[in-house]
Design a protein around this ligand. Structure first.
Ligand code: HEM
Length: 502
C-alpha cells in the first residue's frame, strides 16, 4: 500500500514538473499557440521518412566526425610508420595517413567510429537521392515549394562535395588517385585549367597543401553550410506545411496528420535510433574503406580495380565512356574526353535539376498552389523523364565499374564499354516511352476500376457459352481518392461527343 501511495505521489510530482516546464517554455517560445510548433500536423506516409533518414544520418555524421577530429592529423608531413599494423612498419607516409591507421588500430573504438562515419556518408547521399526522387515523382517541388527544391539541390551538391573532401583526407592510395582525377578535371578547363589546379593544390600536384585545405572545407565550411541550409529547409517544410496524399478530409487547403508532439516526435525519434542502430550494426559487420590494404598515396602508383565511393561512381563512369577526343588549337590541347564527362555533364545535370520546377511550370502553364501529392502515373511525361534520367544515371554508375564487371564475367572490357555507350544513348529513350505507356495503362486501369469495380478473378460461364467476370464496387475511400486524381465514375463522366450524338 505504502509503495503505491509513494508511486502515485511521485507520478503527481512528475506531472506537475512537466506542466510547469511546458508553461515556462510556452510563455517564452511560440510553441502551442495558434499555428505553434507542438500541434503542427505532420502527414503520415512512409515516403516522408526518406528526408528524415537523410537528416538522421547527417546527425550521425556530425557526431562521429567531431570524435574523429580528436585523433586525425591533417598534415602531409612525411613520417615513418611505427604503429601496431606491422605490414606497414617502417614505411614512409604522410602524417594524415599515419593518424588514420592509428585511429583504425590503436585508438579504442576508433575503427568502429571511422566505419560509422563512412557508412553514414554512404547512407546520407543515398537517402538524399531517394528523397529527391520522391519529391520529383510526387510533384512536391511545385508552387509554393520551389525555393525548398532549390535549397534541396544545393544540399545535394554540397553533400557530394563534403563526401569527396572527407574521402580524400586519409591520403591513401585510393583517395589520392581520386584527387589525381580531380586535378585532371581541373586541367581540362580551357584557358584557366592550369591556374585552377595550381591554386587548389598550392603548386604542383600533389604538394603539401591539399589535405589541410580539404580538412578546413570538410570540417568547417561545408558542414556549416549544410547545417545552415538544412535548418532553412526544415523551417520551410514547417512554414509551407507538408504535402499529403489525397484522402477523405485531406484537401489542398489543410494538412492532416499526427501532431508534432507527442506522436510525430516519438515516431521520428524512434526512426533516429533505428538509423543510428542500423549504421552501428553495418559498421560492426561490414568493412568499408580499409585504407591499410591500399597503402599510402604515391603519385607514381595506382592500384588496379580502383573504385570511388558509390556517389562519385557516375562521374567515374562518364569519364570511362567518352572516347579519347582531343583538339589542339594554337598549341593548346582541348581535352574533350575529360571536359565533357566531368565538367559539362555534371554542370548540365545540376542546371536541369535547378531549372526543372520552372521549366515544368512554363510548359504546362500550371501556376496553381499544390499541397496534395501527385501520383506518378497521373503525370506520364514527368514520370517518363524521371525514369529516363534514372536509367542514364544507372548506365553511368555501372560504367564506373566496367573493369570489375568485365573481370567478374570474363568479358571484353572494350565490348562492355561499347554496350554502355550505346545504352547511354538508347536506354533513356526506351525508358521514357515504356514508362509513359505504363503510366497511361495504370491510369486507364484505375478508370476501369472506378466505372466497373474491382476484378474479383471469379468467372461466370453463361448458358449461351459466354464468360463474364464478377466485379465488386470499390469502397467509398478508394472512390474518393481516385476522384481526387481527376478520374470520374460512369455516373459523373461528361458524356462524350459520340454519346451526345446518339
Ligand atoms: C541534406 C539533405 C536533406 C535533408 C536532411 C532533407 C530533409 C528533409 C525533411 C526531413 C523533409 C520533411 C520530410 C519529407 O518530406 O521527407 C524534407 C522535405 C522536403 N525536401 Fe528535403 N532534405 C534534404 C535534401 C533535399 C533535396 C536534395 C531536395 C530536392 C532537390 C529536397 C526537397 C524537399 C522538398 C521540396 C520538401 C518538402 C516536401 C513536402 O512538403 O512534401 N530536399 N526534407
Amino acid at each position: 500500500m505504502l509503495w503505491r501511495r509513494r508511486r502515485a505521489r511521485a507520478g503527481a510530482r512528475a506531472r506537475h514538473a512537466a506542466e510547469r516546464t511546458t508553461d515556462y517554455i510556452d510563455g517564452r517560445l511560440p510553441l502551442s499557440e495558434g499555428g505553434g510548433l507542438l500541434r503542427k500536423a505532420f502527414p503520415d506516409h512512409w515516403s516522408f521518412l526518406l528526408g528524415e533518414i537523410a537528416l538522421y544520418s547527417f546527425v550521425v555524421l556530425l557526431l562521429t566526425g567531431v570524435w574523429l577530429t580528436l585523433f586525425f592529423h591533417p598534415s602531409m608531413t612525411e613520417v615513418v610508420y611505427h604503429g601496431s599494423y606491422t605490414p606497414l612498419a617502417g614505411v614512409r607516409m604522410s602524417a594524415a595517413y599515419e593518424s588514420t591507421l592509428d585511429i583504425s588500430f590503436d585508438v579504442r573504438g576508433g575503427l568502429l567510429i571511422r566505419q560509422m562515419h563512412h557508412w553514414a556518408a554512404l547512407v546520407f547521399l543515398a537517402a538524399i537521392g531517394v528523397h529527391l526522387l520522391r519529391i520529383f515523382f510526387t510533384g512536391a517541388f511545385r508552387r509554393p515549394r520551389e525555393v525548398n527544391w532549390l535549397i534541396g539541390v544545393t544540399l545535394f551538391l554540397l553533400a557530394l562535395a563534403e563526401g569527396f573532401a572527407g574521402y580524400s583526407l586519409p591520403d591513401d592510395l585510393l583517395s589520392g588517385t581520386g584527387l589525381r582525377i580531380a586535378q585532371g578535371i581541373m586541367l581540362s578547363i580551357p584557358v584557366v585549367g592550369t591556374y585552377v589546379s595550381f591554386f587548389a593544390f598550392g603548386g604542383e600536384f600533389p604538394g603539401e597543401e591539399i589535405i589541410p585545405r580539404l580538412y578546413a572545407l570538410h570540417i568547417l565550411l561545408l558542414p556549416g553550410l549544410l547545417l545552415a541550409l538544412v535548418t532553412v529547409h526544415l523551417i520551410l517544410v514547417f512554414y509551407l506545411k507538408h504535402t499529403q496524399w489525397a484522402g477523405r478530409g485531406r484537401t489542398e487547403r489543410n494538412a492532416v496528420g499526427k501532431p508534432m508532439v507527442p506522436q510525430f516526435a516519438a515516431s521520428s525519434g524512434g526512426l533516429f535510433f533505428m538509423v543510428f542502430g542500423v549504421l552501428t550494426l553495418l559498421s560492426g559487420v561490414a568493412q568499408t574503406n580499409p585504407i591499410w590494404a591500399y597503402g599510402p598515396y604515391r603519385a607514381d602508383v595506382v592500384s588496379t580495380g580502383s573504385q570511388p565511393d558509390w556517389y562519385v561512381g557516375f562521374l567515374e563512369g562518364s569519364l570511362r565512356l567518352v572516347p579519347p577526343w582531343e583538339t589542339t588549337v594554337a598549341g593548346h590541347t582541348l581535352m574533350w574526353n575529360v571536359l565533357l564527362p566531368a565538367v559539362v555533364l555534371p554542370g548540365v545535370l545540376f542546371a536541369v535539376l535547378y531549372a526543372y520546377p520552372f521549366a515544368e511550370r512554363w510548359v504546362t502553364g500550371d501556376r496553381e498552389e499544390h499541397h496534395l501529392c501527385d501520383r506518378p502515373r497521373d503525370h506520364p511525361v514527368r514520370t517518363g523523364l524521371g525514369v529516363a534520367a534514372i536509367s542514364c544515371y544507372g548506365v553511368l554508375l555501372a560504367a564506373g565499374g566496367n573493369d570489375i564487371i568485365a573481370y567478374a564475367f570474363s568479358i571484353s572490357v572494350n565490348a562492355l564499354t561499347w554496350v554502355f555507350r550505346i545504352s547511354f544513348l538508347v536506354l533513356p529513350l526506351l525508358a521514357f516511352m515504356v514508362t509513359r505507356r505504363v503510366c497511361r495503362a495504370l491510369r486507364e486501369a484505375d478508370q476501369e476500376r472506378l466505372t466497373e469495380g474491382e476484378e474479383t478473378g471469379e468467372l461466370r460461364q453463361t448458358l449461351a457459352g459466354g464468360y463474364e467476370e464478377r466485379h465488386e464496387p470499390l469502397d467509398e475511400e478508394r472512390r474518393y481518392v481516385l476522384r481526387s486524381y481527376g478520374l470520374r465514375g460512369e455516373e459523373e463522366r461528361e458524356p462524350s461527343a459520340e454519346e451526345l450524338e446518339r
